[in-house]
Design a protein around this ligand. Sequence first.
Ligand SMILES: [Zn+2]
Length: 408
Amino acid sequence: MSSVQAFPPTLNIGELISSPELRRAFQFIDSHLEQITEEQIRICSIPAPPFGEKERAEYLRQRFVELGFPDAKLDEEGNCLALRKGHSAAPLLVVSAHLDTVFPAGTDVTVKREGGKLMAPGISDDCCGLAALIGIANALEAARIGTEGSLLFVGTVGEEGEGDLRGVRYLLTRGEWANRVDAFLSFDGAGTDRITNRALGSRRYRVRLRGTGGHSWGDFGVVNPVHALGRAISKLASYPAPKEPRTTFNVGRIEGGSSINAIPEEATMDVDLRSASGQELIKIDAFFRRAMREAAEDENAVRRPGGRPLELKVDLIGERPSGETPADAPLVKLAWEATEALGAIPRLDQASTDSNIPISLKIPAVTLGAGGMGSNSHTLDELYDPRGRDVGLKRALVVILGMVRLER
Ligand SMILES: [Zn+2]
């Protein structure tokens, strides 16, 4: 039996919200909204490109130390960890947000203020989540809230793109907290109504085709990797992807060849396969692999006698498992009721977030918006509007304290 089952979460939201502890914490949030916005601006002004999150992680660690967590540290993968001990070690709830952005090193991350809104790459995704971690830790400390279970605040590395969830994967499968986490909550972007309880699975490949190359006229008939790539793309594009459960494929990048009158030596492509269903993901994955083999065989079949065959390499460069925390799991019910109690209309959602990993490990997990409103995510014009931030932070406090319970 997991500790979450042994220590059931509070489901009496009304009682929790009207407790003096929550009232003190809510009051702290209401009177510190401007400070939280300033914190978000400071975090966002520290670049955190893929595989380059160290400086931002170190800043976060320093802030946790200042808030009263002297043992805050970075783990071997680069995640920032701060433990807030409760009366007992379990249940242990992770409260997290991701450090990395999709923007390469050298991107201008200066935050501009326009009216009440903030504009900068990464300002919502996920600086608003990171500011929420600090704001919530600060509110719990300021309101002197003791809990039965314990909280582990985590800023994760590698949530985006080729990071492939490496931070949360390390945390839950290899780091010192592996096998000790009972539930998982992450903030990803803005919003007050979204509860992501279903994990969108994906598999990403780099396909490489190699031949001998040669002169377009003189060597005609040797294998042509670009022709084979064309055959491969055509086969993949014929896949009857179901609308329900939604399943998609994308050849996002192709490369190969050097000159119009040279037979290329190499051609590569990057492919992204996704499905709302694990079953469908396995199906399209099998189709894709077979299509790649057939494309290489078709090209080999028409080569001139005695020529070297094509070499095909298919490398898995990213894998995100799918799955769900059931809608009737205590964590999801708590998030639903907390959203309603704060006057927002809850909505269950499916996305690819840090929660994919705990969900695949059967650890109850949800991803929530951290309040306010965001737009233009993953663009240089990303916006954040702090109006409604208080609702998101209060909702998160109710979920967190519902899970680990007030100390009695
Ligand atoms: Zn994100």
